[in-house]
Design a protein around this ligand. Structure first.
Ligand code: PGA
Length: 249
């Protein structure tokens, strides 16, 4: 069974609710596809208007973060129940910007992965190495450590529905896309790791994206790789180019 590709935009901290609606309307005719899953991961305040704006289209919505708590005195946090009730299907967990700037560690991210499943949200779990780590030759060791820690206690049935995004930090927002070989090598290693933690069937089902300066020109070759099941797209998801990335063939 061929895995269905999933192409997700990560809007990061961009677009007010008004701007978000306009972007959704601009992209609507460009991102139509019967072949791939299309997702916009948007700032929390944009979720409600964007869910409304994509009604009746092929686009699904995701949040960019989730609290590791259910509810209560956690000022500024957004719970899984809120994200789900607002109409999201996905949630990004462990983006390198959260790991680096907000010091989210693997134990914390593991709790967030559990929370996503508790609220019936599909995690898009991010991993990736820094330039120093790549140059030191520890990329695969580092990613194994991240994913093994983030997936503690997650069952094979849950893992099979997940999305993992391999995002080398040095390629994010830099215009410096990983080579097709580098991206395929790591995505393949991630699939092998999933087979090792769980089993071959789970590894066959889990979807693995590449992220980091994906563009209309790099997408076709990247997405043609056997272990790359789509992309997590930052900058280019805010432009008409996202339509070309979705319809990369
Ligand atoms: P980029 O961001 O496409 O702008 O490099 C990707 C990401 O951070 O998910």
């Amino acid at each position: 069974m061929a895995r269905r590709k999933i192409i997700a935009g990560n809007w990061k901290m961009n677009k007010t609710p008004t701007e978000a609606k306009a972007l959704v309307e601009m992209l609507a005719p460009l991102v139509k596809s019967d072949e791939v899953d299309v997702v916009y991961c948007v700032p929390a305040i944009d979720i409600v208007p964007v869910v409304e704006a994509v009604k009746g289209t092929n686009v699904e919505i995701g949040a960019e973060n989730i609290s590791d708590k259910d509810s209560g005195a956690f000022t500024g946090e957004i719970s899984g129940a809120m994200i789900k009730d607002a109409g999201c299907k996905y949630v990004i967990i462990g983006h390198s910007e959260r790991r680096d700037y907000y010091k989210e560690d693997d134990a914390f991210l593991n709790r967030k992965v559990h929370k996503a499943f508790q609220y019936d949200l599909i995690p898009i779990l991010c991993c990736g190495e820094s330039l120093e780590q790549r140059e030191a030759g520890v990329t695969l060791d580092w990613i194994r450590l991240q994913l093994k820690s983030d997936l503690i206690g997650i069952t094979a049935e849950q893992a099979a529905t997940m999305v993992i995004a391999y995002e080398p930090i040095w390629a994010i927002g830099t215009g410096k896309v990983a080579t097709t070989e580098q991206a395929q090598e790591v995505c393949h290693a991630i699939r092998e790791l999933i087979a090792e933690i769980y089993d071959a069937d789970t590894a066959e089902k889990i979807r693995i994206q590449y992220g980091g300066s994906v563009s209309a020109s790099s997408a076709p070759e990247l997405f043609a790789q056997p272990d790359i099941d789509g992309g997590l797209v930052g900058g280019a998801s805010l432009k008409a180019d996202f339509g070309k990335i979705v319809n990369y063939k």
